[in-house]
Design a protein around this ligand. Sequence first.
Ligand SMILES: C[S@@+](CC[C@H](N)C(=O)[O-])C[C@H]1O[C@@H](n2cnc3c(N)ncnc32)[C@H](O)[C@@H]1O
Ligand SMILES: [Zn+2]
Length: 170
Amino acid sequence: MNSVTVQPSPIHGRGVFAAIDYKAGDPILHVDDSRVVSEERPLPEGEPEYHCDWYADGRQVLLVPPACYVNHCCDPNSIVQYFDGVRWDVARRDIRAGEEITHDYCIDGFGDTVWRCRCGSARCRKTIHSDFFHLPQRLQIEYLPYLSELYKHVYRENVDRLLEEAGSPA
Ligand SMILES: C[S@@+](CC[C@H](N)C(=O)[O-])C[C@H]1O[C@@H](n2cnc3c(N)ncnc32)[C@H](O)[C@@H]1O
Ligand SMILES: [Zn+2]
């Protein structure tokens, strides 16, 4: 059972909120990402594209509530992790009940979408480019441990270059 609620968010539309306190490293949400969107199985009518995630191998998946309501923050309190191939949202720091659960959408991000962030955090980058490698380098280095194995495999050259510049192994 996920201990979260979906409610109106000050960031955008609806968001996901902690219903209990979490400690850093606690799993918050099990994320079912098995619904692949394809020509044969397109998005259901009325379902916004922004409830989807795009993976580095080209897959588009439709996330299931509550995961599809997680908003972006430039100082996110959760990250995506895989355990035995299963996707979880995990607390990046201690989270109090009532706090909104957020991701940084640029982690594992690619493409060239540019959009305006309204996360309101002190670290807000305001104008967001979807590609991870467009982040300021110090942030790429901070986020390196959060990149998925799939993303590191597909973007190996860029990751290796970053590691060389950062001077540490992934
Ligand atoms: C996965 S949905 C998040 C759930 C969404 N709030 C809802 O009500 O369905 C992603 C979309 O939410 C909006 N969004 C999320 N975080 C945002 C932010 N920090 N600033 C502005 N818009 C944001 C963008 O439109 C984005 O495409
Ligand atoms: Zn922001």
